[in-house]
Design a protein around this ligand. Structure first.
Ligand code: SAH
Length: 401
């Protein structure tokens, strides 16, 4: 596998990809799967739809820049999860759950998922027969394999495979690992995750490494990030770079600033920004993510960042009450958006610049209203298409005091 294979923006589009681009028929599984809501639109129309959506929700605050779309909007997902089960004829199937049900829609290849990941999942399905591994049945608790999770670092080519089982014992696991690696030499690590619970969560808490280091690494905007089975990482790395570049450009960093990366996840934005700032303070609720952020700082020999576990708003209130100042706040909240307590703490700390990265334009509109009432002015709005074929749209907004 070519190391730079995933960097679709950095190389010429191949003829197979050109053909795909012209293909007008939608995915044959679209109706059953329901994961891609904009299947009935061609890509340029999807972009126009998203542009209008952002304009109608936040256009009153500022003119909206044209959305940044993908050159080749296929197979962009670096993380693929498949559920395993049995069909009525007793054959093993793997695929996705039909939206809002527990029925598995069989999938061999998906237009938005990484093709290497999809082919590994098909191989595992074949190996299950050879190794007599039955899919796990939720109702009876019989069987073994529940899910397979594959993550691929598009920039590094490293591939992680996680076999999620309902119980700890995986028969003939050494031979299974051998067979899987023989079929896919690109795999760099294999894990078993044990999930005995009746839950819709894919991963359980226990895991053992069957091969390799137990994690993969990927690169974004010149920084290296460690990705473990359970850590959060953006699923479209090509567009994540586009998104982060827009956010960091808007921040207008000169090297003298104190920067807060609120809702920092594994520290990606803060670590990339730290090269152009005096110091960066990251805050995140999830303690595994904070640990990853600290590891990532070391991995990149970055020394001007500090990461804290806790509520982003509380940290800023604390900073304000101790008379500390921040020049720039990056905020990247979950879909529910931010809350009044957090926005109130932004106003209290009163950074000159706020860069709001939003994955939900509805909660963005609500939050901008409050910031604007408190004295901030919207200076730029940039939508980015992180999830082609779906109705999701990401937006970066620059506000200044
Ligand atoms: N900026 C990161 C992650 C964004 S996802 C990236 O680009 O990869 C949003 C993150 O906000 C999640 O990791 C979630 O755990 C965290 N989060 C949710 N509520 C929070 C809160 N009140 N304070 C701090 N972090 C929070």
């Amino acid at each position: 596998m070519n190391q730079k294979d995933g960097r679709k923006t950095e190389r010429a589009v191949t003829s197979k990809e050109k053909k795909e681009d012209k293909q007008k028929t939608a995915c044959p599984l679209a109706k059953k799967c329901g994961g891609c809501q904009l299947q009935n639109l061609e890509y340029p129309q999807q972009l126009a739809w998203k542009q209008r959506r952002v304009e109608s929700l936040v256009g009153k605050f500022h003119k909206v820049n044209p959305i940044l779309g993908m050159e080749h909007p296929y197979h962009y997902r670096n993380k693929v999860q498949a559920a395993f089960g049995m069909n009525r004829g007793g054959r093993i199937i793997s695929g996705v759950y039909q939206s809002s049900t527990h029925r598995i829609v069989p999938v061999n290849s998906c237009m938005i998922e990484d093709t290497v990941a999809d082919s590994i999942i098909v191989t595992i399905r074949r190996l299950m027969k050879d190794f007599k591994i039955a899919p796990y049945e939720e109702d009876s608790g019989r069987g073994l394999l529940r899910h397979v999770l594959v993550k691929r670092g598009f920039a590094t080519g490293q591939v992680m495979v996680v076999l999620v089982t309902g119980s700890p014992i995986l028969p003939a696991k050494n031979n299974l690992v051998k067979a899987l690696r023989a079929a896919h030499p690109e795999i760099t690590t294999i894990l078993q995750n044990i999930n005995p619970y009746r839950t819709s969560l894919v991963l359980g808490e226990r895991e053992t490494v069957l091969f390799g280091p137990g994690y993969i690494e990927d690169e974004l905007c010149g920084c290296v990030f460690r990705i473990s089975a359970r850590s959060f990482y953006q699923v479209n790395p090509v567009q994540t770079e586009v998104l982060y570049r827009a956010a960091i450009r808007m921040a207008g960093l000169t090297g003298k600033e104190t920067v807060i990366d609120a809702y920092c996840g594994i520290g990606t934005i803060g670590l990339i920004a730290s090269r152009n700032a005096m110091r960066v303070i990251g805050v995140e609720l999830n303690k595994d993510a904070v640990r990853d952020a600290i590891t990532n700082a070391k991995r990149n020999q970055i020394e001007n960042t500090r990461f804290y576990q806790g509520d982003a708003g509380e940290l800023m209130i604390q900073m304000a009450s101790q008379g500390e100042k921040a020049d720039v706040v990056f905020m990247d909240p979950p879909r529910a958006g931010s809350d009044e307590a957090f926005l109130g703490s932004v106003v209290k700390l009163s950074p000159e610049t706020v860069v709001y990265i939003s994955c939900n334009p509805e909660t963005l509109a609500r939050d901008l209203e409050l910031l604007v009432k408190s004295g901030y002015r919207v200076q730029e709005i940039q939508p980015v298409d992180m999830f082609p074929w779906t109705n999701h749209v990401e937006t970066v907004v620059l506000l200044s005091l």
